[in-house]
Design a protein around this ligand. Structure first.
Ligand code: FES
Length: 374
């Protein structure tokens, strides 16, 4: 019997693409996807969307949002992050958040867990105002902060605050795969009730003998007069005596990460320390640094700027909506051209003053008057 040839997935994709190209001709100057999006935003192919299907308060200032992504989504690796668009009062903001769920979820959804940061209008909006049913534009999972697939390791997680999110995704994934190895987890939070995912973490520690959780509370509260202090090598030696034999995965504020880098470097073990940053690591700004007048040439706007505030923030505060992604110098979405004047790269302290130089507005500040191609 002759079996009819089955179309290969590749040829199916090609036909779908051809059909879409033909339909796009009729939809010009838009694309078919723009009309499809009106029926169901999750079917959009020109801008991936996700629908909020659940919100859950983890602590008084942190919330987990469950999102159902639309077509073309691909599963995350535990520890990766995703770009999310957030409309607030008619303006469009973009932020990057770590996915806190494991890829093993069986409902085609993923979660992000967001904590309000001081002065953070977007994090505050997400925690306080995002509601079930909202649609948000999203990117694909990205990032290289994840556990190796095959090689057996004994991880040491060191996390603080919302820096727990990538570790949580990794832990959940290891548990779901039933391959949780001997794991030490040191987590810093101001108080017991500030620990995000506290119930799940404590339950995991109770259920799995190989998971050793050490919560370190850093601020006094009520009867608790003695804090357990911030990270030190002495504390590390005590909580995890075999830390030199482990691969360390760390995420938290810049001060903690810098301290970890120092300890691991001194031990000659930097390659065993894997770090995920939420904020760019900034150099000290010289005492005599000055800001200046920033001219946004395309927008025909002049704005006064100090020497510390990044140019992306300066532009947004002036009512502009410049392109951006990670806001920490990684994705280069915010790149623009320096037309004249001086800017300072806040990470290195280097001053750029060559006309035509590429400026990452999220990590550069005015260093005198300057003109940008924005
Ligand atoms: S927004 Fe990503 S590098 Fe500036």
């Amino acid at each position: 019997m002759v079996t009819p040839a089955q179309p290969s997935p590749d040829s199916e994709t090609t036909w779908r693409q051809k059909l879409s190209d033909v339909l796009d001709m009729f939809a010009f100057p838009l694309r078919t996807s723009h009309y499809v999006e009106l029926v169901n935003p999750l079917w959009s192919t020109h801008q991936m969307q996700a629908q909020v299907v659940d919100v859950w308060d983890e602590t008084k200032d942190a919330r987990t949002i469950t999102l159902r992504p639309g077509v073309n989504w691909r599963l995350n690796r535990p520890g990766q992050h995703v770009r999310i668009g957030i409309p607030i009062e008619g303006r469009h903001y973009t932020r990057t958040y770590t996915i806190s769920s494991p890829p093993e979820r069986n409902d085609d959804c993923f979660t992000i867990t967001v904590k309000i940061i001081d002065g953070g209008r977007v994090s505050k909006h997400i925690v306080r105002n995002i509601k079930v049913g909202d649609y948000l534009p999203i990117g694909l999972p990205q990032g290289d902060f994840y556990l190796p697939d095959a090689s057996p390791i004994q991880p040491l997680f060191i996390t603080a605050g919302s820096g727990i999110t990538p570790a949580m995704s990794m832990l959940r994934s290891l548990v779901a795969q039933e391959r949780l190895p001997d794991t030490v987890h040191i987590h810093y939070a101001p108080h017991e009730f500030d620990v995000i995912f506290s119930k799940e973490l404590r339950q995991l520690a109770a259920d799995k003998a190989q998971y050793h959780l050490h919560e370190v509370h850093t601020q006094e509260f009520g009867e608790q007069k003695q804090t357990q202090g911030y990270f030190s090598q002495e504390q590390l030696d005590k909580l995890c005596p075999d830390w030199k034999e482990r691969d360390c995965y760390a995420c938290g504020p810049p001060g903690l990460l810098a301290a970890l880098e120092g300890v691991w470097e001194q031990a000659g073990l930097s390659r065993r320390l894997h770090i995920e940053r939420f904020l760019a690591d900034f150099a000290e700004i010289p005492k005599d640094a000055v800001g200046g007048k920033v001219r946004f040439a395309q927008s025909n706007l002049d704005v006064d700027a100090d020497s510390e505030t990044n140019l992306l923030r300066i532009a947004e505060d002036a009512g502009m909506n410049p392109p951006h992604g990670c806001r920490m110098g990684i994705c280069h979405t915010c790149n623009t051209k320096l037309l004249s004047g001086c800017v300072r790269d806040l990470r290195t302290g280097e001053v750029l003053n060559e006309s035509g130089a590429i400026v990452q507005t999220c990590v550069c500040a005015a260093a005198g008057d300057c003109e940008l191609d924005l």
